[in-house]
Design a protein around this ligand. Structure first.
Ligand code: GLU
Length: 533
């Protein structure tokens, strides 16, 4: 176990709520510092896998805050913990942010004048900066071996005391240091923690006082292997990248006093800090990064639109003025409505069912504008081609079924029935696109007439409806008349016709189905079925 891991574990024994005290509820985002400067915020993920919804929320709120203040949103990749790296995770992170329309102004891909934006490319910068802290006495080399730290930890645990480093190397004599150096004893570099007596102002949570020196030993800034820790690299980069506001998850609030001490050690002005409330599952349990469903990438793959996903994550936790809960907003509208001081402090529950509702709202809304509807039409066409090509939809796709006009008609008809465009390629709707594969007429309700004769008359009646009057009322009327002619109950004839055109035992009203298929296709289907009877 490395030193870093040991002390990180010790830190994780500490929950923010236990040790952070909220002093007042005063919240003001007009701080004396950075009053005139351009707002610069950053999203600083570690590339350890997919982007989960908590991460997306952080990125999004940073973006909304920056854009509501005409500022800049920066993406920085924090990859100092090389043991947890996942290949290509950084590239995928940026790609998925772009998909969500959270487009960085500066990033590893876009570039910018404060780069590099990947921490592993900034080691020299951290090296130069740690020298400053060693030189001014704010940091010191710690030569304690892992064995000693391990024994210390066990001893403290046995005695029921707080597990923390005892800061032994803070006060080594010059002679001891010289000896260790001569012997080439490995060392890490630690910050001298000071007692914290002043609260800091969290722009969301108000005044927070957290004397971390009570619960932590001096934190490691540079590990024995020479790599910087998160705390050190994060502060150096936030300063050098001109970050004015740090918006991040509540789990980092406990680290903020430590970061403020680092700013003080360097003699730098700190940025403003705002922490976002905890997100939990609907049952109040912790949102786990391991829940595959909650990866933005998997939601994208399941066919949820980025607009639905961003509405879903911003619908809880507040932060907006005049936001209706059952409405869907574009990212520009969210920017307009965003107010940092309106973010709630209590934890918020994600109700995954809401995501489908937002996606439906998104489809309904897009259909109202011709240019947005055109986007849906293109997306649906691609989806259909793909589904028939990879056989996830059975049958032969009729190219004529894919005209803009027809797709718009089908979307308008289905907008209250589907939640995602991909619902339209499920077996329930596949008859719309291709002749049904399974046209078995077994288990038809028994009828006193020959089904083929009944269908023959349905074909005659349907053919007689002029194209201009081909609507659900007229279609339904003409099918009912067939029932009367043969002395059959309406549902019996309807079931036969539904089965003939779609293969479905149940489904939408027959009048609607035939209108959706169009007169020509309906007649083709009815004739095809008649031959099979
Ligand atoms: N790299 C940290 C993370 O993975 C960033 C925390 C912060 O925003 O300071 O979440």
């Amino acid at each position: 176990m490395t030193l870093y891991v040991l002390w990180r574990n010790a830190k994780s024994l500490v929950s923010p709520s236990k040790f952070s005290r909220r002093i007042t509820s005063s919240r003001s985002i007009v701080s004396s510092k950075n009053l005139c400067s351009e707002v610069r915020v950053r999203f600083a993920p570690s590339p350890t896998g997919f982007l989960h919804l908590g991460g997306l929320r952080t990125a999004l709120y940073n973006y909304l805050f920056a854009k509501s203040r005409k500022g800049k949103f920066i993406l920085r990749i924090e990859d100092t913990d090389q043991t947890r790296l996942v290949p290509e995770a950084a590239e995928k992170l940026e790609a998925v942010l772009n998909w969500a329309k959270i487009v960085p102004d500066e990033s590893p891909f876009v570039g910018g004048s404060y780069g590099p934006y990947v921490q592993s490319q900034r080691y020299e910068i951290y090296g130069d900066h740690i020298k400053k802290l060693l030189h001014n006495g704010a940091a010191y080399k710690c030569y304690c071996s892992e064995t000693r730290l391990d024994l210390l930890r066990k001893d403290l645990q046995r005695r029921g005391e707080t597990v923390k480093y005892d800061n032994r190397c803070r006060n080594l004599s010059a002679a001891k240091i010289e000896k260790f150096e001569r012997q080439g004893v490995p060392f890490c570099i630690r910050l001298k923690l000071e007692d914290i007596t002043e609260p800091f102002e969290d722009l969301v949570f108000g005044s927070i006082l957290n004397n971390i020196a009570e619960i932590e030993g001096d934190p490691v800034l540079v590990k024995t292997d020479g790599f910087p820790t998160y705390h050190f690299a994060n502060v150096v980069d936030d300063h050098l990248m001109g970050i004015t506001h740090v918006l991040r998850g509540i789990e980092w609030q406990v680290s903020t006093p430590k970061h403020l001490l680092l700013y003080k050690a360097f003699g730098w002005d700190p940025p403003n800090f705002a922490h976002l409330p905890l997100i939990t599952n609907s049952d109040g349990t912790k949102l786990s990064k391991r829940q595959g469903d909650l990866h933005v990438e998997s939601l994208k793959a399941k066919g949820f639109s980025s607009t639905a996903v961003i509405n879903f994550v911003t619908n809880i936790g507040g932060g907006f003025e005049n936001r209706e809960h059952n409405a869907i907003y574009s990212i520009d509208e969210l920017i307009e409505k965003f107010h940092l001081e309106r973010i709630n402090t209590n934890s918020c529950k994600l109700e995954i069912e809401k995501l489908s509702q937002f996606n439906q709202l998104h489809i309904q809304q897009y259909l109202k504008s011709p240019s947005d509807a055109a986007l849906l039409i293109t997306e649906l066409r691609e989806l259909l081609k793909q589904s028939f090509q990879d056989n996830s939809c059975a049958g032969t796709l009729q190219e004529t079924a894919l005209s803009d006009e027809r797709l718009f008609k089908i979307l308008s008809w289905s907008k209250d029935r589907i939640f995602r465009l991909s619902d339209l390629v499920t077996p329930e709707f596949s008859y719309i696109w291709a002749i049904p594969q399974d046209l078995s007429f077994q288990q038809l309700p028994s009828m006193s007439a020959a089904p083929a004769d009944v269908l023959h008359t349905v074909i005659e009646n349907v053919a007689a409806i002029p194209e201009s009057n081909f609507d659900k009322e007229n279609v339904s009327k003409s099918v009912k008349e067939v029932g009367k002619k043969f002395g059959l109950k309406t549902p019996v004839v309807m079931t036969l016709v539904r089965r003939a055109v779609s293969g479905l035992k149940q489904g939408p009203p027959v009048g609607e189905m035939l209108v959706i298929l169009g007169k020509e296709t309906s007649l083709q289907r009815l004739k095809h079925a008649q031959l099979l009877l």
